[in-house]
Design a protein around this ligand. Structure first.
Ligand code: FAD
Length: 320
């Protein structure tokens, strides 16, 4: 019996969400009296793999196959399921990010395992195997008892702060039987924007709404984000009108983010927007309308014109 964690990588670097998932999996393993094994697919340096021990993985299974440098969900599903079989895994943990969302449900179906996505608690093993997640756009919680023998959990990013130790994991090569025919999609080119913090993994997010009047004013959001080391986001109408790309749109129909700090500039705070951001630990709202609904969800609010407030705030932060 063991716990397996899918440790997601990009360009040879293990992602922060994977560290969170590994630490979560290690804690579940402790609860079950077993050990945690991280599974890494694609080319990654040995030092990176060993460092997964810092987050509680006793062992790392590594498939060093260049064809796996980019995620292809059907073949990744096959490999994760094969690793779970080999290790007799009772629990398989994923980060609840793009890749986890694509692979975890497929693995659960293949292994006939119960599945909880977006987990925000460790399992309560005193009462079965009960995992908590938020539902109805963050308005309620569901406590789900996974009763199947095998269990799949996708852990909500930015929910469990990571604590590092100096421990190192033992790295073992894993060679699942895969052929070119298993790859249903071929990634021919990947374009990355350098210097940008990935939105769903960001600890700080600066977000803009229609109050910014037009794309020509987005420098205001970007300057503040740069000063804070934050990712940028936007409300849906901003993406719909083409001021910003759709991958920055947060809310009910966009991405869900749970940063430590969410700064909303010129966003009214409609329920559909809040649905994607109300798990943020601290919310700061800048809006010229004191009656804007977002202030009800805010920890800190500034009533004022964004065009006056934001440059001053950015300048003050740069002084720190
Ligand atoms: P507005 O509602 O126009 O608000 C602009 C705000 O800026 C106002 O509060 C105003 O006081 C303030 N402002 C104006 N000028 C300034 C200034 N100079 N300085 C400071 N503040 C200023 N929306 C999302 O964001 N995400 C979603 O996922 C989403 N999904 C939806 C799904 C459905 C089914 C539906 C029906 C709607 C959805 N919406 C979503 C839209 C949502 O209902 C709101 O219309 C939208 O969030 C409003 O965007 P906004 O706050 O940027 O714009």
């Amino acid at each position: 019996m063991s716990v397996i964690i899918f440790a997601d990588q990009a360009q040879g670097k293990i992602k922060k969400v994977a560290f969170e998932a590994v630490q979560y999996g290690a804690k579940v393993a402790q609860q079950l009296g077993t050990s945690a094994t991280a599974l890494v697919l694609g080319q990654v340096d040995n030092a990176e793999l060993e460092a997964l021990g810092n987050y509680g993985a006793a062992k790392v299974l590594h498939v060093a196959d260049a064809r796996l440098n980019e995620v292809e969900s059907t073949v990744f599903t096959k490999i994760v399921a094969a690793a779970a079989e080999q290790e007799a895994a009772q629990v398989i943990v994923f980060p609840h990010n793009f890749d986890g969302k694509a692979i975890a449900p497929r693995v659960a179906a293949r292994l006939k395992a119960g599945f909880v996505s977006g987990a925000i608690s460790l399992p309560d093993t005193a009462n079965g195997f009960v995992v908590k997640k938020s539902v109805f756009s963050g308005k309620a919680f569901a406590n789900i008892n996974i009763t199947s023998e095998k269990k799949v959990i996708a852990v909500m990013p930015n929910t469990f702060p990571v604590e590092k130790t100096d421990a190192k994991a033992t790295v073992t090569a894993f060679s699942p039987a895969i052929s070119d025919a298993d790859f249903k999609v071929k990634v021919s080119k990947v374009e990355t924007v350098t210097g940008e913090v990935p939105l769903t993994e960001a600890e700080i997010v600066v977000s803009g709404g229609r109050g910014l009047k037009g794309p020509e004013n987005w420098g205001l959001v970007e300057d503040l984000a740069k000063a804070l080391g934050a990712a940028t986001a936007c409300s849906r109408p901003v993406a719909d009108t083409g001021w910003r790309p759709h991958h920055e749109h947060v809310g009910q129909t966009g991405l869900t983010v749970r940063p430590n700090l969410y700064v909303a500039i010129g966003i009214s705070g409609a329920i559909q927007h809040l649905a994607g951001v109300n798990g943020s630990k601290v919310i700061v709202v800048i809006n010229k309308d004191p009656e804007a609904p977002f202030f009800k969800a805010a920890d800190y609010g500034i009533v004022g014109d964004a065009f006056e407030v934001v440059p001053k705030l950015t300048a003050a932060i740069k002084q720190l």
